[in-house]
Write a protein that binds this ligand. Structure first.
Ligand SMILES: [Cu+2]
Length: 116
């Protein structure tokens, strides 16, 4: 192996080492999860979400106001026919969610989201 070839190899190795850490933290922006609310259930567009900041798009297709509580944070109350956006930071694991309007969770407005 010539000294020139060795230098070229080292440059390639050094460049690839530099590129790896730059490409890694591109996971911050996650796709929003659409949450459809009605009496008395939630329908989520995804069964799982990436940990970190998760954006929920709330769509109330029911006849009563609904909200969602997940990760210790409660969304604004969404009126019938209205939509809203709710952002919360979630850690890995199964995250339970529910509607905090009296009687709704007991009637079925609850579930879990797997956060990876
Ligand atoms: Cu509700």
């Amino acid at each position: 192996m010539t000294a020139r070839l060795l230098t070229a190899t080292l440059v390639i190795v050094a460049t690839s080492l530099l590129l790896v850490p730059v490409a890694a933290p591109a996971t911050t922006a996650s796709t929003p999860v659409t949450v459809t609310m009605k009496e008395f259930k939630f329908a989520l567009s995804a069964k799982s979400a990436a940990s970190g900041s998760v954006v929920f798009k709330l769509v109330n297709k029911g006849a009563l106001p609904h909200d969602i509580k997940i990760g210790g944070k409660k969304s604004p109350l969404i009126k019938p026919g209205k939509t809203g956006t709710f952002k919360v930071t979630l850690g890995k694991g199964k995250q339970a969610f529910l509607c905090t309007v009296a009687g709704h969770a007991a009637a079925g407005m609850k579930g879990t989201l797997t956060v990876k």
